[in-house]
Design a protein around this ligand. Structure first.
Ligand SMILES: Cc1cc2nc3c(=O)[nH]c(=O)nc-3n(C[C@H](O)[C@H](O)[C@H](O)COP(=O)(O)OP(=O)(O)OC[C@H]3O[C@@H](n4cnc5c(N)ncnc54)[C@H](O)[C@@H]3O)c2cc1C
Length: 257
């Protein structure tokens, strides 16, 4: 239908779409309802990695024993999304496709080196999460494609997630961070939301920590690596300060030094 009857806007849980419709920012009038495609809800282990269907809701991810064991930081992120009603309808694929830099699952997927599986009538392709977003709310997803699943390789280091918002529930992030502590084979990984036009993986900061730089040096690197702005939810200065403080907490909580 996307190929032959488009343009059509895919609808999953509609928790973002209805907001845009109400605000009058979505001009589209033709939609494709994905909600009943149960095959896109599967959460399973494949090739030693976790495979999550794009239509898995935040509530399903919170309840999933596999996610709890393999990727607890994703369950932690989903627990802080909206309230129960939003968690029951909002999906992982919708959070990604919506492309807000404040999307709470995005730093988790960035830190975990996730791959997105995209499919159109002609076939599918796999896009590393890092290469998906091309700018503010822009991505490589084509109008005839769907996100069908998210694949996450096994994570070895300790997982860490923090969201800073106005309240514990129903608040969009002022800043959101996910990290994975160093393990025997891999250095630390650290990604942030709401501090740049897209979710950002702090690779220079990771390299500084892996090279044994002081925490203060790593914090200075991080402050140069992010480009927060002043907006209705917070100021650039606050976001910069909190990012540096959370880097210190992440490092103290997850490395074995
Ligand atoms: C009151 C409220 C509170 C919220 N709180 C938070 C919060 O705390 N944190 C947070 O991150 N978000 C929050 N959100 C935003 C929203 O709930 C999430 O982004 C949610 O995950 C979106 O999923 P959905 O299935 O509802 O997406 P939809 O609204 O159905 O779709 C969103 C966009 O993605 C596209 N899309 C959806 N699925 C696919 C797919 N499989 N393939 C291709 N394109 C697709 C749609 O075309 C649309 O452009 C909140 C929203 C509301 C209304």
């Amino acid at each position: 239908m996307l190929r032959d009857e488009g343009p059509l806007v895919p609808m999953a849980g509609c928790t973002d779409l209805y907001v845009s419709l109400n605000f009058g920012t979505l001009k589209a009038t033709r939609f494709l309802n994905l909600w009943r495609l149960d095959s896109l809800r599967t959460i399973a282990v494949r090739d030693d990695g976790l495979s999550i269907g794009a239509l898995a809701t935040h509530a399903e991810l919170i309840r999933s024993p596999l996610v709890g064991r393999r990727l607890p930081m994703l369950a932690a992120a989903c627990r802080e999304i909206g309230g129960v009603q939003i968690q029951n309808r909002g999906t992982l694929g919708g959070n990604v496709a919506n492309g807000s830099p404040a999307g709470d699952t995005l730093p988790v997927l960035a830190a975990a080196d996730a791959t997105l599986v995209l499919r159109c009538a002609g076939g599918s392709r796999r896009v590393p999460f890092d290469a998906f977003f091309t700018g503010y709310r822009k991505s490589v997803l084509r109008p005839d494609e769907l996100i069908v699943s998210v694949e996450i390789p096994r994570v070895r280091g300790r997982q860490w997630f923090r969201k800073v918002g106005t309240r514990a529930a129903q608040a969009i992030s002022k800043i959101v961070i996910a990290g994975i502590g160093p393990s025997d084979d891999e250095g630390p990984r650290f990604a942030l939301g709401s501090v740049s036009p897209t979710v950002v993986r702090a690779r220079r900061t990771e390299a500084a920590l892996a090279a044994g730089c002081s925490l203060a040096e790593a914090q200075r690197t991080l402050e140069m690596e992010i480009t927060p702005i002043d907006d209705v939810r917070s100021t650039a200065e606050y976001r910069r300060r909190v990012a540096a403080n959370l880097l210190a907490r992440f490092w103290n909580d997850t490395h074995r030094g």
